[in-house]
Design a protein around this ligand. Structure first.
Ligand SMILES: Cc1cc2nc3c(=O)[nH]c(=O)nc-3n(C[C@H](O)[C@H](O)[C@H](O)COP(=O)(O)OP(=O)(O)OC[C@H]3O[C@@H](n4cnc5c(N)ncnc54)[C@H](O)[C@@H]3O)c2cc1C
Length: 407
């Protein structure tokens, strides 16, 4: 075939597209390939020291499950009156359980088996493929419906899923929480960790102290950044530098109930700094409820925080939707909503991190234990390049293995 000379200009772009597409396909496979073949759940250990875990989120409870399985003497100290951390579910707003925190499974479904220690590739959980049909973008003035190929491209790049009739909270509750909850001491806010002696001494808000041979800290990066826990000796320059350097954006999730579904599956808002997306939370759920979510992070969230009240935040978002959908948002809003402000939650102070986006040297610094006595686990300490909840759980198993293996 003879090409017109104008077409030759396109060749570098086509080659770039092919390379990018190959990268995309590999990206999805990459995360699956990074999953460990076995975790600490598959091994047995003996250790006669005492271990304390700080934080009863996914990472803390995963580490605890390993200790529970091996009859290790351990306790979990949790600042709040509940477990789950950034996992939370609501059963009041809709006719299906809603994830108020983590919602999507960004990794391949087989990851769920690895997380619960099940062999084989049969998945027990009923999942929804998050392959959206109707999406749009909004730049504040123009509303543009995205072509179907773009939705497919996104899904192929990152084939996400969601739980159909359950939540991330349920998964973690069933596979971790149920076996370790009896070891959680609630309403116990850790304020200091002294690892200068043979034993690690932990001080809590009321001045109570606990002693342990080893400690796993699983609080969020936001809590570490806030310095609300003091370390003695102080964290070295590299460790503190890594904590400061990794972004942990502020943000909130707003969940609103409408009498009518006037919106598409998702609308991504074009913003300069941060992130804002409207999305149909009931997408492919067995539901008659019309539930729209708003995820807003970073500088975008700051704009809403500058308003005077929750009501003003909601009014402002409804006004924006009214502009796009001809007043339908205000007329069909049922006045019921959940606004979970993870950015200002004292024991979270942010939303999420993605270890895969960070420099390896900083991750190494974050993962480095202190004198083989104080270990760090949590989503940012994930060495298997998964994200969010899977990363947090795998980091818990990984650090439990380190604690028990490095005697
Ligand atoms: C809005 C939102 C949406 C998200 N969406 C997804 C998603 O779709 N998919 C996904 O995989 N991930 C998602 N994530 C991220 C996911 O929730 C986290 O990666 C994961 O839950 C982190 O678990 P963790 O155990 O590392 O930390 P956390 O869940 O933060 O647990 C830390 C625990 O430590 C406790 N704590 C804090 N300070 C102290 C202290 N001083 N003393 C004692 N206890 C303390 C806290 O109360 C908490 O229970 C989302 C997060 C948010 C906020």
């Amino acid at each position: 075939m003879k090409l017109n000379s104008n077409y030759y200009i396109l060749i570098p772009y086509l080659v770039a597209m092919i390379i990018i597409c190959q990268g995309c396909i590999q990206w999805a496979a990459r995360a699956k390939d990074k999953l460990p073949e076995e975790t600490a759940l598959d091994r047995s250990y003996s250790y006669d020291g005492k271990v304390i875990i700080i934080g009863a989120g996914a990472a803390g409870m995963a580490a605890a499950k390993v200790f529970e399985q091996n009859n290790i003497d351990y306790t979990i100290l949790e600042a709040t009156n509940r477990y789950g951390g950034r996992l939370k579910k609501d059963t009041t707003l809709a006719d299906f359980p809603i994830d108020v925190g983590a919602e999507w499974l960004h990794s391949a479904p087989i990851t769920l088996n690895v997380l619960k220690g099940k062999k084989g590739s049969d998945i027990d959980e009923e999942l929804i493929s998050y392959n959206l049909n109707h999406t749009a973008t909004w730049d504040g003035k123009n509303y543009k419906i995205n072509p179907k190929w773009e939705n497919n491209f996104r899904y192929n790049f990152m084939p996400e899923s969601k739980f159909k009739n359950s939540t991330w909270y349920d998964f973690v509750d069933q596979h971790l929480g149920s076996s370790v909850k009896h070891k959680i001491q609630f309403n116990t806010l850790v304020t200091a960790i002294d690892y200068s002696g043979d034993k690690v001494v932990i001080t809590t808000e009321g001045g109570h102290t606990y002693k342990a041979d080893k400690v796993i800290v699983t609080v969020s990066l936001g809590v570490l950044k806030s310095k609300s826990i003091s370390f003695y000796p102080e964290l070295d320059k590299e460790k503190r530098g890594a904590i400061e350097s990794v972004d942990f954006l502020t943000g909130f999730k707003l969940i609103m109930k409408f009498s009518e579904k006037f919106y598409p599956d998702a609308i991504s808002c074009e913003v300069n700094d941060g992130e804002k997306v409207y999305y149909d939370i009931a997408f492919r759920k067995e539901s008659h409820s019309n539930i729209l979510g708003v995820l807003c992070r970073g500088a975008q969230a700051e704009k809403y925080y500058a308003l005077n009240s929750e009501q003003e935040i909601i009014d402002s978002l409804l006004q924006e939707l009214d502009l796009i959908f001809d007043g339908k948002a205000t007329s069909s809003f049922q006045g019921e909503y959940i606004l979970e402000d993870w950015g200002h939650h004292a024991f979270t102070l942010g939303t999420w991190t993605q270890a895969i986006m960070e420099k390896q040297s900083q991750l190494n610094n974050l993962n480095r234990p202190l004198d083989n006595k104080v270990y760090f686990a949590g989503e940012i300490n994930d060495v298997y390049q998964q994200m969010g909840v899977p990363g947090a759980i795998l980091s818990g198993y990984h650090m439990a293995d380190k604690v028990l293996a490095e005697k």
